[in-house]
Write a protein that binds this ligand. Structure first.
Ligand code: AMP
Ligand code: GLY
Length: 453
């Protein structure tokens, strides 16, 4: 492990790293995840002012929304200078993969940034890079090979050597749609051809084909400081499919729960030893600056954890339960991660359960209408904390839908059933035309818990 504390990458870093006065923070993003981060950050006594760019119809309750594109780095820079922003927290992956950290690195008056460098963001930005990284550091993951249009024939041969179902992944970012799981060999071969000839644009110019793993998934989040210091946040499980019983097309996520019954201390010991430490230390060994969240998409295969994917941000809707379960002030933890000195920071976890149920627009994840007036907010807030995702405040001042996932209903409970009851009550209380939510969030884990009892 590298125990040499790295010098701050920013000219202004040394003064910013003395947390002597409250911080002005700019949070980038507009989803339920950013609403939950804004909620948590806004509770910090160390916060001077929170800006959210661009934010949504709910984030304004925790800070000031600003009409700024997170991908327009010069505009972000001008805003930072004009408003004395000390620290940028990057919510979604796009600015990270596009190199926001590198853009600010070394610039005069640059803010601290919670998020990896562009090289580190490749863990999410390129599945081929992520797989090679795991192989280099002996991190358990599915057997795989990568192919391009030139090696299509080898790709077809590799498919023939695997057992169904076949897993095909576009190398680059594809808005969560780049993974195909296919039962028939012929169909897998034709999908491989289609992907390589541009099904996901440039993102599928390289395709990763991997062995199918059978097991139950969970999401582990690590906040790391790039110097070997890290904290493991509460484990969560999300529910990706639109339909009850995990059926139908994939969505951004229909709900989440934390803690996760099967991710017990023995499982987490293996995760830390075999996945977290080799990841954190592997990044250091490869001289990749990484000061931010690492999201490990894990699958438990016969008691053993394996990595399905890395993301370089928090999960959505996992953040909508993870933030509830972080008892400590998050702001000094984020600050310490960005400054490279997380090792001595305490992280207290709330022992209660937290669940979230996402209410979505009718038609999602296909096409759906926008602008539907939302009512029942006050009633829903009696049962849960509402993290807005796809909402906007219309000109007349009313709250309307503006996205597929509309509001995450997050609640605590003394156990899973108790938390779920509150989340569902809130989901029922919200009203708008076409509202839909899954009523079986957490049902698989309730079964596991009941069997264990
Ligand atoms: P990813 O975008 O890599 O997370 O993949 C999306 C989803 O596809 C994952 O959450 C899994 O449910 C599934 N998946 C991806 N890779 C595999 C695999 N090797 N075996 C089984 N399921 C997989
Ligand atoms: N909930 C999965 C993700 O954020 O990618």
């Amino acid at each position: 492990m590298n125990s040499q504390p790295e010098k701050s990458p920013f000219n202004a870093g040394e003064t910013l790293c003395e947390l002597t006065s409250p911080l002005t923070v700019l949070l980038l993003g507009s989803g339920g995840r950013e609403c939950a981060l804004a909620w948590k950050i806004s509770r910090s006594p160390l916060l001077r002012h929170l800006y959210i760019a661009p934010g949504n119809g709910g984030t304004g309750a925790y800070g000031e929304n600003v009409a700024l594109s997170p991908l327009d780095f010069p505009a972000v820079e001008a805003f930072v200078k004009a408003h004395g922003v000390d620290m940028i927290v990057v919510g979604n992956e796009d600015p990270l993969v596009a190199g926001i950290w590198d853009y600010f690195n070394g610039r005069e008056g640059a803010p601290l940034i919670v998020g990896p460098s562009q090289a580190g963001a490749q863990l999410e930005g390129s599945k081929d890079f992520a797989k090679q990284f795991m192989v280099r550091h002996n991190i358990p993951t599915a057997r795989y090979q990568s192919f391009t249009a030139e090696t299509l024939a080898e790709g077809e041969k590799f498919l023939e050597s695997l057992r169904p179902p076949y897993v095909l992944k576009a190398d680059g970012l594809a808005a969560g749609k780049g993974v195909l799981i296919i039962d028939s060999l012929d169909e897998a071969k034709s999908s491989l051809r289609e992907m390589l000839s541009g099904m996901f644009g440039k993102s599928s110019a390289t395709v990763v084909i991997e062995e199918f793993l059978k097991g139950i998934e969970c999401s582990v989040f690590v906040l790391t400081d790039g110097n070997g210091g890290y904290r493991v946040l509460p484990v969560a499980k999300d529910y990706k499919r639109i339909g009850e019983g995990d059926t139908g097309p994939n969505t951004g996520g229909m709900g989440a729960v934390s803690p996760v019954a099967f991710a017990d201390s023995e499982f987490m010991r293996k995760v830390e030893e075999r996945i977290i430490l080799p990841t954190v230390n592997g990044l250091i060994a490869e001289k990749i600056t990484y000061r931010g969240f690492i999201f490990l998409g894990l699958i438990e295969v016969e008691g053993e954890p394996m990595v399905i994917e890395y993301n370089v941000r928090m999960g959505d809707p996992e953040t909508e339960v993870v933030m509830l379960r972080i008892a400590s002030d998050l702001l000094p933890l984020l600050h310490a991660a960005a400054c490279g000195n997380l090792a001595t920071m305490p992280l207290d976890i709330d022992p209660r359960y937290a669940t979230t149920v996402m209410v979505v627009s009718g038609g999602y994840p296909g096409s759906y209408p926008k602008g539907k007036v939302i009512t029942g907010i006050k009633e829903a807030e009696m049962s849960a904390t509402l993290f807005h995702a796809g909402t906007a405040v219309a000109e007349a001042g009313e709250l309307v839908t503006s996205g597929g996932r509309v509001i995450a209903c997050s609640a605590y409970g003394k156990d899973l059933d108790d938390a779920l009851a509150h989340s569902f009550e809130a989901a029922k209380a919200l009203q708008y035309e076409g509202k839909y939510f899954r009523t079986d969030i957490g049902a698989d884990l309730r079964l596991i818990e009941q069997t264990a009892r």
